[in-house]
Design a protein around this ligand. Structure first.
Ligand code: PMV
Length: 298
């Protein structure tokens, strides 16, 4: 069975596209896939009732990504890959990358090939590029490798360690989010107003560096404050929505140590850091439909 995790970017999204570090976690929820030899190549995605043949020129990114994935295996039989997605799509949890990781993992298994999760992550970047054009690589890396880690484009992943688990509550705004559009929007802002945007990116980098120390020290109060500040900077880049802001406020008022949007923004998900597991469950109920708890050990 192939598996790709969902991910939550704790701090540093968007800045990571421009070479800054970011901190992300792999979560238990994700995508599973199974591949078997068949009469023709086919990708089936069960929750959406989709059956797609690979097509490098297809309209549907999944058709193109499947063709890119299959091209990585030069001599192979025809394959049917059945995918089960347990993540909201277009929601900032790295759904497309998790599908790519799960599909490649499943094909490796069906063909009896072995490779490390790090190599799997590298291979899945080609899949992710079909969806997002210029991805930083954080989604496919966290999806394949998991844990809590500091990621910077071009550097080896740096796992972070702490003796205190992170009690995260992920809330879904129900608003669709397009990574490609949001990344392009920040790119345009950077071009039109480099001084303001570079200042925002530098600010995020400082928060990420402090958050690394806070995670390692188990200081979740400090971490929560850093999350709030990161949310404010992302708002200044016009990446938040009223709904995401409201959800973050609700979580903070109800006792979260901090809360922020996560991923590309413009919709999608936010998350809150809870002080304890039972508090996380309470916050989940407050944040409503589609919310869930992710306990992450660093
Ligand atoms: O919304 P997601 O899960 O696609 O996360 C995107 C993270 C960005 O930093 C906005 C883009 C990237 O490639 O790192």
């Amino acid at each position: 069975m192939g598996f790709g995790r969902g991910k939550v970017i704790l701090l540093g999204e968007h800045a990571v596209v421009h070479g800054c570090p970011a901190i992300a976690v792999g979560i238990e929820r994700g995508v599973t896939a199974e591949a078997e030899t068949s009469e023709r190549d086919l990708l089936r995605l069960s929750p959406w009732d989709l059956s797609l043949a690979p097509d490098l020129d297809g309209d549907e990114p999944l058709e193109r990504a499947f063709a890119v994935a299959l091209a990585m295996y030069p001599s192979r039989p025809s394959l049917e890959v059945n995918v089960d997605v347990d993540l909201p799509a277009g929601a900032g949890l790295g759904c497309s990358a998790a599908i790519g990781v799960a599909v490649l993992d499943a094909i490796d298994e069906a063909l009896g090939l072995e490779r490390s999760r790090t190599d799997l992550a590298t291979a899945a970047l080609a899949w992710e590029k079909v969806f997002h054009g210029n991805p930083s690589g954080i989604d496919n890396t966290m999806s394949a490798v998991g844990g809590v880690a500091l990621y910077r484009k071009g550097d080896a992943l740096r796992p972070l360690h702490s003796n205190k688990p992170l009690h995260l509550v992920i809330g879904y705004s129900g608003e669709p989010s397009s990574t490609k559009e949001m990344v392009a929007s920040v790119g345009r802002q950077l071009e039109n107003d480099p001084k303001r945007v570079n200042k925002a990116l530098e600010g995020i980098e400082v928060l990420v560096r402090n958050a690394k120390l806070a995670i390692e020290a188990g200081d979740h109060v400090a971490l929560g404050q850093l999350l709030d500040l990161n949310h404010t900077i992302l708002s200044s880049l016009m990446l938040c929505t009223t709904k995401l802001d409201e959800m973050c406020q609700t979580a903070r008022r109800a006792g979260a140590l901090g809360a922020k949007m996560t991923g590309a923004g413009g919709g999608g998900c936010m998350f809150a850091l809870a002080p304890k597991h039972d508090e996380a469950l309470r916050l989940r109920d407050l944040l409503g439909r589609g919310s869930f708890v992710a306990e992450v050990s660093a």
